[in-house]
Design a protein around this ligand. Structure first.
Ligand SMILES: Cc1cc2nc3c(=O)[nH]c(=O)nc-3n(C[C@H](O)[C@H](O)[C@H](O)COP(=O)(O)O)c2cc1C
Length: 180
């Protein structure tokens, strides 16, 4: 029993654009262990977003419209991002800036996955940004899963039974919340 509602949708946002990103692999691993029937899709296009410009909000470029559509139709969001120079990556902050004015983001359930125990500054900063934006941070689903040295591959991440169980339990908590 996972408690998620039929048709429940979760959107993954990755703060790294690297092809071999451990954070993107973590999101794909989270998608695999997400209990059925929740659908988990990873947004693969944050690198196409223009730099945020409030002048463009009225008639945004299509990557922005696509992000808004994905966020609007999602019941919950999972964010995984590296820390750069003790801060949130520009990629992620830019995407979040495009979401600040989106009414549907307000009250959205959000889980934050942290792939590095060292990356505490960005994790704290991200939580502050999300709280300022009115997101509902789901603590039970927001975990640090140290992945230093693990290949950036969902199968490698899930090969460790403790990691798999922790991620599964976090995603089950998110699905339960999103289904209510
Ligand atoms: C420009 C840059 C700055 C970084 N700054 C930090 C940092 O402040 N703290 C930290 O723990 N790791 C830092 N790192 C290491 C990254 O967080 C680490 O390489 C991470 O795995 C990258 O995530 P990704 O594999 O998803 O791209 C930095 C890496 C880069 C490229």
């Amino acid at each position: 029993m996972d408690g998620s509602a039929p048709g429940c949708r979760v959107l993954g946002l990755c703060g790294s654009l690297r092809r071999a990103s451990i954070n993107r692999a973590l999101l794909h691993a989270a998608a695999i262990v997400m209990p059925d029937p929740t659908r988990f899709t990873v947004h693969e296009d944050l690198g196409s977003l223009p730099l945020f410009n409030a002048d463009l909000v009225v008639a945004p470029d299509s990557p922005v419209a696509e992000l808004w559509r994905s966020v609007t139709t999602a019941d919950a969001i999972v964010i995984a991002s590296p820390e750069y120079a003790h801060g949130i990556t520009g990629v992620l902050k830019n995407a979040l800036d495009w979401l600040v004015g989106l009414p549907e983001f307000y009250g959205k359930q959000v889980a934050v996955l942290n792939a590095s125990a060292r990356a505490s500054h960005a994790d704290a900063a991200l939580r502050e940004v999300l709280s300022t934006m009115g997101a509902r941070l789901v603590e039970e689903a927001s975990i640090t899963l140290p992945l230093t040295g693990v290949p950036a591959d969902s199968a490698a991440i899930l090969a460790d039974p403790h990691r798999r169980a922790a991620l599964n339990s976090a995603m089950a908590a998110l699905a339960r919340g999103a289904g209510t």
